[in-house]
Write a protein that binds this ligand. Structure first.
Ligand code: NAD
Length: 485
C-alpha cells in the first residue's frame, strides 16, 4: 500500500474510525493499491458534529474579514503545493496531470471568490420611518455537511469548503470513498492556514454515513454532488428531516452543431468536451445533434478523437466496473444499428495493463430511443444523432430528463440566441464545449441535474450557506408609534 490508511479528521486531529471495515483505494492509472478508506459508523459522525458544534460559537462570532484571512493563506498554500496536490488528484482519480493541475487552479479561483465575500455580504440598512431602522444581516446556519463525488477529488469539495467556512459555518465533509486522499490533504492545508480546530471535519464512509448525515439533528444543511439517483435520495431524506438541501445530480449534455459552424473550432471543442477527464465530467458533451449536413465536421471530430491517446493526453476511467459499463453501452449501440466511427473499446496502455482506460469513441447514426442517447455514460463517448432542423434538435435536447448544460455551434447570432432561449439546461454554451461559468458566476443545472433552490457556487451560495436576520431598531422615544406598530 503506497500511503498510510485514510483516517477521519475530527476536531483538528486525524483519528481512526470506530470500525475496522475498509475499502481499497486503487489508482485507475495503473491499478496500484494506494490506501484503504474506513467505512465510518454513525458514532464517528456524532463525534464530528459535536466538535463542529463547539467550534461554531467561536468561528461564527469571528468577523468575516478575519475568517477570510485563513482562506487567503489557504489559497496561498494551494498554489504553493499545486504540483503535489495535482499529482494526488491524478493518482487517485486517473485524470491526466494537465487536467489535475487545472483542477487545483480552479480550487484557487474558488477560494479567491470566497475571500471576496466580505464585499458581498454587507447586508442592508434603511431608515424606514422617522428614527426607525430596518437592517438585514447574513447569519451562518451552524454545522453543515458536504457530500462529494469521485470525479473532482479536490474541485467539488472546494465548491463548498471556502464559501461555507467564510460565511461562518462549521463543516463536515464526506469524500467519495473512491478518492478520499485529496480531501485529507486539504484538511492539513486548512489547519496550516490557521483554521481553528473543529471548524472543518472529514468523515469517510459510504451510504451509511450519507444517510446518517441526512438524519442527524445537529446538521442544518446538506450539500450533495453526485449521481441523480443518489441526489434524489439525499434531497428527500434530508428535507424529510427539515434540513436545507441542494443536491446536484447527473447529466446528459447536448451539443447542437449547425452547418455554418466553424469546422475546426467545433471539432476541437466537441472532441475536448467528450474526452476531457475521460468523459467523467458532469459538463461533458455526451450527445451531439447534427443539424442538416455537417459530415465535414463529423469527419474532423473523428480526426481530433484519433489524436487523443489513452495514457498520454487521455486519463483512465475510475474503475474496472466503469470501463465495463462504458464498453457495454458502445457494444449495445452497435448491436442496435449505430455506427462506431472511432472505437475506444479494449484499450490498454503498455506498462499500465492494470489501468482502466477507454479510448475516445464516436458513435454515429444514434437514435433518440437508444440507451447511449438517453443515459449518462460518464466515459469518453459521444453519440451523434441527426436531424433536419434546429427545432427537431431542440426537441431531443428538451426531452432528456437532465438539464446541466447544452451548447450550440454556429456563426449565426440570431440562431444562437434562439437556442439559448429554448434549451432546457441551466448552463448554455455558444461555440463552447464545456460551458462552466467561471467565478463569480454561479454553477448549477436544471431539471434532474439539480434538486433544491439556487446554485452551488458564486453569489447564489450566499443564500444557501446563510440565513437572514432582520432587525428593526428604534432608540428615540419621540419617534412614537405609527400604523405598523
Ligand atoms: P455517486 O452518486 O455514486 O456518489 C456520490 C456520493 O454519494 C459519494 O460520496 C458516495 O459515497 C455517496 N453514495 C453513493 N451511493 C449512495 C447511496 N445509495 N446512498 C447514499 N449515498 C451514496 O456519484 P459518483 O459516481 O461519485 O460521481 C459521478 C456522478 O456525479 C455523475 O452522475 C456526475 O454527473 C455527477 N456529478 C454531478 C455534478 C454536477 O454539478 N451536477 C458534478 C460532479 C459530478
Amino acid at each position: 500500500m503506497k500511503y498510510a490508511p485514510v483516517q477521519n479528521y475530527i476536531n483538528g486531529q486525524f483519528v481512526d474510525a470506530s470500525t475496522d471495515q475498509t475499502l481499497p483505494v486503487i489508482s485507475p492509472l495503473d491499478g496500484t493499491l494506494l490506501s484503504a478508506v474506513p467505512m465510518s459508523a454513525p458514532k464517528d459522525l456524532d463525534a464530528a458534529v459535536r466538535a463542529a458544534k463547539i467550534a461554531f460559537h467561536g468561528w461564527s462570532h469571528t468577523p468575516i474579514k478575519e475568517r477570510v484571512q485563513v482562506l487567503f493563506r489557504y489559497r496561498y498554500l494551494l498554489e504553493k503545493h499545486l504540483q503535489e496536490l495535482a499529482a494526488l488528484v491524478s493518482e487517485e482519480n486517473g485524470k491526466t496531470m494537465g487536467e489535475a493541475i487545472a483542477e487545483i487552479e480552479k480550487c484557487i479561483e474558488l477560494t479567491e471568490f470566497a475571500v471576496s465575500l466580505p464585499q458581498l455580504v454587507t447586508g442592508e440598512v434603511l431608515e424606514v420611518s422617522k428614527g426607525v431602522e430596518c437592517r438585514t444581516e447574513h447569519v451562518p446556519l451552524g454545522v453543515v455537511a458536504s457530500i462529494v463525488p469521485f470525479n473532482f477529488p479536490s474541485m467539488v469539495p472546494n465548491w463548498t469548503i471556502p464559501n461555507a467556512l467564510a460565511l461562518g459555518n462549521c463543516m463536515i465533509i464526506k469524500p467519495s470513498e473512491k478518492v478520499p486522499l485529496s480531501v485529507g490533504r486539504l484538511a492539513q492545508l486548512l489547519k496550516e492556514a490557521g483554521l481553528p480546530d473543529g471548524v472543518f471535519n472529514v468523515v469517510n464512509g459510504d451510504s451509511a454515513i450519507v444517510n446518517a448525515i441526512c438524519d442527524h439533528p445537529g446538521i442544518a444543511a446538506v450539500s450533495f454532488v453526485g449521481s441523480t439517483k443518489v441526489a434524489k435520495i439525499v434531497y428527500q431524506r434530508s428535507t424529510h428531516h427539515y434540513k436545507r438541501c441542494l443536491a446536484l445530480g447527473g447529466a446528459k449534455n447536448h451539443l447542437l452543431v449547425l452547418p455554418d459552424a466553424k469546422a475546426d473550432m467545433t471539432a476541437q471543442n466537441v472532441a475536448a468536451s467528450m474526452s476531457g477527464c475521460a468523459g467523467q465530467r458532469c459538463m461533458a458533451a455526451s450527445a451531439m445533434v447534427a443539424v442538416g449536413n455537417v459530415d465535414h465536421i463529423i469527419q474532423k471530430i473523428c480526426e481530433e478523437a484519433k489524436k487523443i491517446v489513452p495514457g498520454q493526453n487521455l486519463g483512465a476511467v475510475i474503475s474496472k466496473e466503469a470501463k465495463e459499463r462504458i464498453e457495454h453501452y458502445i457494444t449495445e449501440a452497435e448491436a442496435q444499428g449505430a455506427k462506431i466511427l472511432v472505437d475506444g473499446r479494449h484499450t490498454t496502455v503498455p506498462g499500465k495493463e492494470q489501468g482502466t482506460y477507454v479510448g475516445p469513441t464516436v458513435i454515429d447514426y444514434v437514435k433518440p430511443e437508444m440507451s447511449v442517447a438517453k443515459e449518462e455514460i460518464f466515459g469518453p463517448v459521444i453519440s451523434i444523432m441527426r436531424t433536419d432542423t434546429v427545432d427537431e434538435a431542440l426537441a431531443i435536447e428538451n426531452a432528456n430528463p437532465y438539464g446541466n448544460a447544452a451548447s450550440v455551434f454556429t456563426q449565426n447570432g440570431g440562431m444562437a440566441r434562439y437556442v439559448i432561449d429554448r434549451a432546457s439546461a441551466g448552463m448554455i454554451g455558444v461555440n463552447v464545449g464545456v460551458p462552466v461559468p467561471r467565478e463569480p458566476f454561479s454553477f448549477g443545472g436544471w431539471n434532474e441535474s439539480k434538486f433544491g433552490v439556487g446554485d452551488i457556487t458564486g453569489k447564489s451560495s450566499i443564500e444557501f450557506w446563510t440565513k437572514l436576520k432582520k432587525s428593526t431598531v428604534k432608540w428615540n422615544p419621540e419617534a412614537g408609534i405609527n400604523w405598523m406598530s
